[in-house]
Design a protein. Sequence first.
Length: 443
Amino acid sequence: MTGENVRNAFMKKSMRVILTLIITLVIITLAACVEQKAQAAPKAQATQQTGGSEPEVFMQDKMEVHFIDVGQGDSTLIKCGDHSMLIDTGDDTKGTAIQNYLKKQSVKKLDYLILTHPDSDHIGGAPVIITKFEINKVFISNYEKDNKTYRKLIQALDDKKLSYSTPKVGYEFSLGSAAVTILAPDKEYDNPNDASIALIVKNGDNKFLFTGDAEAEAEKDISNSGFDITADVYKVGHHGSRTSTSAEFMRKVKPKYAVISCAEGNSYGHPHAETLNTLRARGVKLYRTDEEGSIIATSDGKDITFNVPPSDTWNSGEPTESSAKSSGESTGSSAKSSGESTGSSAKSSGEPTGSSAAAESKTAQAGASGTTTVRDSAAEVKKSQVQENASDTSEITYILNVKTKKFHRPSCSSLPTTNRKDTSESRDSVIAQGYEPCKRCNP
Ligand SMILES: [Zn+2]
Ligand SMILES: [Zn+2]
């Protein structure tokens, strides 16, 4: 009896010990798991934020913004960490050049392709890019066009089985450590330029604003959208046309730097003097693809640096008084000095207000076109008058821009101020060296 009791008591005791042991083990294992999870979470976050290099949180990736020189048009590559996004693709002659540029930048895949609006100088190169690269997401404007360039774009997207959409205003996404916010279009516009997708890209403290070819009406809508649109770098709307970059818009954006993408000697007269004056009056540092080729801005989240110094010519692309008026005696040098004089309405008078400077340049244009209509005289004057002036320089046949590889008649109103080379060679030999004729003076 007693022996059995003792044995029972012993059995009970050892059962309890075993149970306690098991429970303790389970608790320890659980605790370890929970701890591991807790450690894993911030690690993953840090990896995402730093691109895997440093465990310290809130480090920004280096972000590079490449304003690719595509002549008259736009194409901007943004690389942040391992991610990349392309905004616009130049015209249909630039697809392969952009493809090569991206290859050189080791871009194999685009996280985003944004085509701001359906004008050919923005979407023309897109079929090549769509065919040659893996693309994660495609955004296009809500403005559809019924022309060959647009149909080619849609065909290329369909062939690649890529879906596309217009992002909602306020839509946000990340590109490495950078945050992108869509600012426009919030409605449908009659003007395709106004229907441009606008976006702000923020990397740490550095902000870049892109508005495509949005003109004053759309700029007003963007201003009133309620978003903070102050930006360090403003990609100048519509290639520096006077229809964009309104003074009120600039008062909201307050850019420190501005970049204009346009072709030397383009037939639109971009950039227009009014735009240059608006930017200049604000003390903005200006960069231009027509003068400097491709421009790269690098952001580390705190500071922004550029690969080239700012342009200080402030030369507008508009025909100037003497180039349009003069009847044959316009030589390279006179054309050049007059080229400077338009820009220097801002230069000589120090810091004029946007409006007084604009008024001045309007007068100059009216004089140049020989009519009283001011609007778009730049485009209308263009080739014909300038062409007549060309013939009487005996030694110098053409003015070359060794950087952009354009050649001009000595009388062209848009002669290069940097990278200029005067030559007495024939047209054929200049072309054989890879130069292209200026579209304004048609040499
Ligand atoms: Zn454009
Ligand atoms: Zn456009």
